[in-house]
Design a protein around this ligand. Sequence first.
Ligand code: NAD
Ligand code: UFG
Length: 335
Amino acid sequence: MKILVTGGAGYIGSHTCVELLNNDYELVILDNFSNSSKDVLDNIKKITNKDFTFYEGDMIDKNLLQTIFNENEIEAVIDFAAFKAVGESVSKPVAYYQNNVSTILNLLTIMQEHNVKKLVFSSSATVYGNPASVPITEDFPIGNTTNPYGTSKLMVEQILKDLYNSDNSWDIAILRYFNPVGAHESGLIGEAPIGKPNNLMPFITKVAKGELPKLMVFGNDYNTVDGTGVRDYIHVVDLAIGHIKALEKLNKENKGLFIYNLGTGTGYSVLQLIETFERVNNIRINYEITDRRPGDIDSCYSDPTKSKNELNFQTKKSLDDMCKDAWNFEKNYHK
Ligand code: NAD
Ligand code: UFG
């Protein structure tokens, strides 16, 4: 089966491409390298010893999408291509809506023209806003997003639901990721954000490497085990496998639109993550407690029951693995 992976050179996309190739899917990757680099493609090949077709370009370019669908018998699409920096989305809302919403409208238009109606979409736990309780199930209310990035994911979810209601021959999986961290065990691919990291794990690895002096822990007065924010960290390889499970579901049963949480179901605090990183890697992380970051919430973790029951998806990797693999990648990685 031939899959188009948009944003396939990115963090989650590259790990998913590895799993897809390992499962004998044929791949066409589209990426504009706005937040990734060309080396990733060679590293995917090195890990899997398999090849794929690649197009460099922007998903906003309808002609390019048309060419890709004309030149390849695409049967399904996994769409990762988006901007993802929460803070940046507040200062550049137009760019975020353009890149995260307009582009998928182009993609859906061309998919319709070519009668390709299977789509896996990268959404986020951010659509739950500040949940009334945890763990979060898929039927929790969504909305009240606190930044344009989150709102862009909410908008696309709505677009996909409207599309499905208009034509239920579509098969769509909306996957709401919790906090992806870690890297492939080879150390060849991982999270390599351009510029200063916004997220906790890549910040920790940069401090461990000595590229940043100190981690700022954003607040220790949350209503959690030790006052620091609690999140559901999921190993990126487990997350990648979740996409294979979603594709299998869309292939087996033509039943429509599905929404799944992809998380482990367990929350860890910032301090617990730091302690685990220090212990498994035998390295000290310089940190300081500072003010809360605007928009952050106390706790966010998934109820993974639905994805377990319906996708047969279960995470295998522990927080120790996440911390080891993240550091292994960072040590190997040279810009
Ligand atoms: P990433 O930035 O590493 O990967 C995105 C890839 O898409 C990059 O390679 C980038 O160059 C490419 N891209 C962006 N806009 C493009 C465009 N218009 N045309 C072509 N290529 C384009 O991000 P990621 O962490 O791998 O995230 C993948 C998806 O998962 C995104 O949609 C993101 O919003 C979503 N998501 C990520 C997280 C997270 O914490 N990483 C959490 C929830 C959801
Ligand atoms: N944190 C720090 N210091 C830092 C960075 C983060 O203390 O330098 C804390 C945050 O306050 C939070 C936790 O670490 O308590 C995790 O923060 P991240 O920025 O790593 O992740 P978030 O949970 O804020 O958000 C992430 C993605 C969003 C996505 C969301 C849910 O950035 O895109 O997970 O999937 F929507």
